[in-house]
Ligand binder design. Sequence first.
Ligand SMILES: Cc1ncc(COP(=O)(O)O)c(C=O)c1O
Length: 382
Amino acid sequence: MSSQAPHSTLLIPGPIEFDDAVLQSMSHFAESHVGPPFVKIFGDSLRMLRQLFQTTNPASQPLILSGSGTLGWDLVASNLIERGENALILHTGYFADSFAACLETYGVNATQLKAPIGDRPSLAEIEAALKEKDYKVITITHVDTSTGVLSDIKSVAELVRRVSPNTLVVVDGVCSVGCEEIAFDAWDIDVVLTASQKAIGCPPGLSVLMLSGRAMDRFNTRSSPPASYYASMQNWLPIMKNYEAGKPSYFATPATQLVRALHTTLSQVTSRPLAERFTAHATASARVKAAVAELGLQQLALKPENQANAMTAIKLPEGVTPPDVLPLLMKKGVVFAGGLHKQCASTYIRFGHMGVSVTDPARDDIEKAITALKEVFAEVGK
Ligand SMILES: Cc1ncc(COP(=O)(O)O)c(C=O)c1O
């Protein structure tokens, strides 16, 4: 029996439902952020991130910062590229526009390579774009939460290494880390940025990153100082290195209770083979997508290889809008999200299937949501 108060099941694409033990970690008594117990929790969390991102390269650098996923964009924009330099943004939805806007805030020239809604730029298009300019950074949204489009990180990273080897490969993994495979070393990625509140299974409030040795070299050879203060790697790198070495250190106060919650969820995630976790998400996703097809509905992401395991963006029947179905779903105890893509937000809803809703056999969240969808579409179809 869950210790949480009865509530509607949260199946938006993040934040997600929590495991009881993760939530209970948040009620830890007050403690010093430089005391040995907390330093150990922080250091262990950094080490578990290495496992989650599948990196054993000692040059890789994990970071845990107070903030949301957006802070990861600022960290990239203010440390790994300089004013007047070029970034190529692969656009698969809303979050590419926002990452581009963040880069432009720091004076970076952001070029977006766009695909039609529900699709992703082809490798041939990416190759042609990379040959046009000297791009210091390419950004890829692993799962765009506005469309449910999955990008093929491995193939894009391979292409970049072949065509433009000095371009840093930056992955926005906010809606993918913890449910879609990421092999940081094997795929030769430079940055993955994510947040605590999606498939990692922690409450919102932490920005989590993994940086490669190549990204660290880029930072160390900047010609200008970092373009921000709170997001400056100069300020944070010594802190992260010290915590991992078990030494107290301070730049800005960490969110101690959230870090404890992160430690609990990462302990759970890394206690099982990662492959098992990715398979569980793929299986749940296939179940949801089959149910959507049975209802005669389409997804925003049309091609199976473009469809995320983290979530499903479900197109509504002609004439039906999110306010017609979301309150009915809510009455049946499931919370879905409305559309988010600027050009078609009123035409679809989003179903997030990540974390304990998928991996905890004691929960029936996914079946409950599928039943609710069937009943609601039968009602609105009348
Ligand atoms: C793909 C993606 N990138 C970035 C963000 C921004 O993260 P946050 O809202 O935690 O700042 C989100 C948020 O949902 C996201 O889905």
